[in-house]
Design a protein around this ligand. Structure first.
Ligand code: FAD
Length: 604
């Protein structure tokens, strides 16, 4: 068996984004010895890319806001498939978590009277997103790192976790390798928190960076944990479409929050054409009213560009398919038009959206203060993930916790913008606390050495096959094309069946991948490991999307275009059967207590 470098912790946190760091800080504060493993450099997690802001009912800009409105907005956005307990805890605890970040040194933008400023975002009734220009994630990660580094956590950077280890049915740690040298590592732990983020790289067009290959979901699934809501993949309506080399890069919803409008090639604001019943009462019926809303008029309703992401993405898709798209296959997003209403609009745009200004200037040679951008949908966020207990964040595997984008429940069928950053701190904190409690209450674990050997042998097998084997990059490309074309924004049974066949064939080819070279800096090897995870995630998405025979939130079925109230009673849960097959089933939602039902009724 290859040699393993060995470490031992009470709590092992896999992932160093907002959720992982917040969990590590909390577990450390509870007295646990904490190890953190991350696939890239510390500070480079997805969280650092977050732009628009973090949602919390601080009521600094509109005093009508409170946890009840935030709860109702989150449930409505998720089309009532959310884990209501998580939505409740999230709405109640997010303000405290934002203030905690501030106390740890985060410098949010300010109101004129010195409070944390909040901006509008899709699906939020009131301005609710605390932000730092359009670089909120950077400030959040900087703050968590600065604070966390003093709590004594040990960080293993640029290490990829290959497998979770079990002691009986209880978690016992994880093993993996360092990407620089390819040396194997073992992190023994009494409790593990998975905070590995999303799955965007399973699709061709995505806002996600190379790391987001669904590793945490696949690791948990292989270890016996249940996955949930895998059919709900969020396609953000506005990604760059041109130049092709940068297609998919996110254009923050903050652009629309600041007054940006969507137009088709005929110059028409097409979002007024189709407003879902659920949002009719809350949506402006004129351009004038929409503009007033973005400028803080409390009597105005929000413009249709700020409807939920699933809906806006589908409307853009419809315009493009109808031949009313922009030259490069998107539509136009225009913030420059505000010059008609606002003196010094150029300075205003540069101050409120500095990253967007530079992104378009540098990547597309376009000045957004003067010209419209071309945008189209991009795979952005995974609502589904590891099924956890709402309070503790523990999965069905004892000692295995999950938080952040890797966990399911809070967002239901569709996430509202800004609700991820708040998810990370609220549930990262909870996962860390409960993981430390679990570690404290349970004795040492025993490592199964044979299992370690099997994992290492399987990981090294592509080297034995050498360059004559299948090419990992080709398989990755083919999988991304399959998911993009057959399980994308608009889904239909026949295409998803085709996708399942293709995934089966690609999985068989993946078994034959061969790699040249050695273990040092070997990107072909890293990609091979990613592919195994992406296959599980892609199959789970496809099987769940096939089973849900309705359209709801992020899932749109051309063959079942309507919402079906019967399906509104179930989540879809996936687990691995004893013979290794993927099992997919409907699981009834837990009944909501009457007092929360009342909150939703009041807010309608
Ligand atoms: P991440 O921050 O994604 O971190 C995952 C960690 O897991 C990383 O450290 C990674 O290295 C590690 N990891 C993964 N696999 C492995 C493995 N096998 N072994 C070891 N480590 C591993 N949300 C908002 O609420 N507001 C916004 O304004 C916003 N803007 C966004 C803008 C962009 C461009 C993007 C892409 C997303 C945005 N989001 C926003 C979403 C939000 O940023 C993410 O959902 C969130 O940051 C995920 O955080 P996380 O802690 O769950 O995981």
């Amino acid at each position: 068996m290859p040699e393993f470098q060995r470490f031992s912790y009470d709590v092992l946190v896999i992932g160093a984004g907002g959720a992982g760091l917040r969990a590590a800080i909390e577990a450390g504060a509870a007295g646990a010895k904490v190890g953190v493993v991350c696939k890239s450099l510390l500070g480079k997690a997805h969280t650092v890319m977050a732009e628009g802001g973090i949602a919390a009912a601080l009521a600094n800009v509109d005093d009508r806001d409170n946890w009840r409105v935030h709860f109702a907005d989150t449930m409505r956005g998720g089309q009532y498939l959310n884990n209501w307990r998580m939505a409740e805890l999230h709405a109640k605890e997010a303000p405290e978590c934002v203030r905690e970040l501030e106390a740890w040194g985060a410098l949010f933008d300010r109101t004129t009277d010195g409070k944390i400023l909040q901006r509008n975002f899709g699906g939020h009734r009131y301005p609710r997103l605390a932000h730092v220009g359009d670089r909120t994630g950077l400030e959040m990660i900087r703050t968590l790192q600065d604070h966390g580094i003093h709590t004594g956590m040990e960080v293993h950077m640029e290490c990829t976790v290959l497998s979770l280890l079990l002691d009986g049915n209880r978690i016992a740690g994880a093993c993996g390798y360092d990407r620089e040298r390819g040396r194997f590592q073992l992190w023994e732990a009494k409790a593990v928190v998975l905070a590995t983020g999303g799955i965007g790289r399973a699709f061709k067009v995505t806002s996600n960076s190379w790391e987001y290959t669904g590793d945490g979901l696949a690791l948990a699934y292989r270890a016996g944990a249940e996955l949930q809501d895998m059919e709900f993949v969020q396609f953000h309506p506005t990604g760059m479409v041109w130049p092709i080399s940068v297609s998919g890069i996110l254009v923050t919803e903050g652009v629309r929050g600041e007054g940006g409008v969507l137009r088709n090639s005929e110059g028409r604001r097409f979002m007024f054409d189709d407003i879902p019943d659920l949002y009719k009462e809350q949506t402006a019926d004129s351009e004038e009213e929409g503009w007033r809303y973005t400028q803080g008029d409390k009597n105005a309703r929000r413009p249709p560009e700020l409807l939920t992401r699933d809906h806006v993405a589908r409307c853009i898709n419809r315009e493009v398919k109808a031949g009313r798209g922009s030259p490069h296959g998107g539509v136009f997003l225009d913030i420059s038009w505000i010059k008609e209403r606002m003196p010094k609009s150029e300075e205003h745009i540069k101050r409120k959206l500095p990253s967007m200004y530079h992104q378009f200037k540098q990547l597309a040679d376009l000045d957004i203060t003067k010209e419209p951008m071309e945008v189209g949908p991009t795979t952005h966020y995974m609502m589904g993930g590891i099924r956890v207990d709402g309070d503790s964040q523990m999965s069905n595997v004892p000692g295995l916790f999950a938080a952040g984008e890797a966990a399911a429940g809070l967002h239901g069928a569709n996430r509202l913008g800004g609700n991820s950053l708040s998810d990370l701190v609220v549930f990262g904190r909870r996962a860390g606390r409960f993981a430390a409690e679990f570690a404290n209450a349970n004795g040492p674990v025993t490592i199964d050495e044979a299992e370690l050997g099997t994992t290492a042998t399987a990981a090294l097998a592509p080297f034995d096959r050498g360059p004559a084997g299948e090419n990992p990059y080709q398989i990755q490309y083919d999988l991304q094309e399959t998911m993009q074309d057959l399980v994308g924004i608009v889904r239909v049974e026949s295409e998803m069946q085709q996708a399942l066949d293709a995934i089966g064939q690609l999985s068989a080819r993946a078994e034959r991948i061969g790699i040249a070279g050695n273990r040092e800096y070997n990107n072909g090897w890293h990609t091979t490991i990613d592919i195994g995870n992406m296959m599980i995630v892609s199959e789970a998405i496809t099987r769940a999307a096939l089973l849900r025979k309705e359209s709801r939130g992020a899932q749109f079925r051309e063959d079942f275009p309507n919402k079906d109230s019967e399906w509104g009673k179930y989540n879809i849960v996936i687990r691995r059967s004893v013979d290794g097959e993927m099992q997919v089933e409907k699981r009834a939602l837990t009944p909501m207590p009457d007092e929360l039902k009342k909150v939703i009724e009041e807010m309608k």
